[in-house]
Design a protein around this ligand. Sequence first.
Ligand code: ADP
Ligand code: MG
Length: 366
Amino acid sequence: MAQSQFSNSANLSEIEIDHRYRLLIDAVVDYAIFMLDRVGNVASWNPGAQRAKGYTSDEIVGRHFAIFYTREDAEAGKPARLLAAAKARGRVEDEGWRVRKDGSRFWASVIITAVHDETGELIGFAKITRDLTESLRLAELERVSNDSALVQQAQENERRRIARELHDDLGQRTSALKMKLALHEMELVKYVAPDVMDRSDSIRELAEQMDGLATSIRRIASDLRPPMLDDLGLDAALDWMTGAFEKHYGVSSRFEGSIGELRLTDLAAISLYRVVQEALTNVARHAKATHATVALSIDGRNCHLSIDDDGVGLPKDWSLRPDAFGMRGMRERITQLGGALEIASRPGNGVTVSAKVPLPRITARD
Ligand SMILES: Nc1ncnc2c1ncn2[C@@H]1O[C@H](COP(=O)(O)OP(=O)(O)O)[C@@H](O)[C@H]1O
Ligand SMILES: [Mg+2]
């Protein structure tokens, strides 16, 4: 049981607490530290208690501590139960909602310790309360972010499945159709006069349309799930993407750096890939750049990714646009990996999107 350093006075509020302890307790603002008398009336108060609960010392000393509990808890007799438990066992811990002076609630972690005089007689209780609302909120945020990572992972899995179906099923069928068409053409040549065949372009047109269809299917499938990423890894996929970007948009582009032998989680690889995809699409759509650089590297702790262009820079109001989904999506993907995304703009001289992601979060375990 906790021993007290107080004199054997029965009235707690009159006890002279050693000056140094008083200073210490008054300096604490992160914890509410106060005393209750034998029946639960507040006997002392510190600035931490005022900060957590909103009452000044004058307002609260002498009042029963049940006032800090929600009505349901108070009516269910929780305050008295906690005091009885502290009395019986020396101390009791509790976590739950408490009520501030203004009626708002906070999630509190509470320790109540019984205080005895030298003869062993109970003279009151010491109570330490900590406001955990913020950590609760952080835990909630983490849970939401984990959920959203799961959703994103599920979405990527689904994309991969559709890409495979497109490639394997539709892809095979168009190949089969094209073969059949070629066979028909060979048959027709046998029976139809050459000048009539020449006049009819329809078979060639059909064949061309089928080629177009096959190309579309391949493109859509590889947009949904870049096969390069699965087959060759992020370095090769980004190198390839940068090359294709240059060819397609005529912006001279370079990929530099490498993550070496590092094996990334599936979500990390696809997320970083998608960030580069979005950033390069933005360069093509908005930047009017002549040059773009994608850089990927690792140091002992982090993976660094940046996409840099020498275009016009961001418009002044870009962050205010509610429909900047591309930018938001990039940030969300990186945040989900536990990293941070920065967007730097040099008006008239380009944009740099850079991400830093801690390695432990994105390294695949065998
Ligand atoms: N590299 C860039 N250079 C210039 N402006 C850019 C660049 N990237 C983004 N922007 C600006 O930021 C805006 C928001 O980008 P984003 O969220 O990707 O939306 P979207 O591409 O659909 O317009 C763009 O509309 C554009 O004005
Ligand atoms: Mg965009």
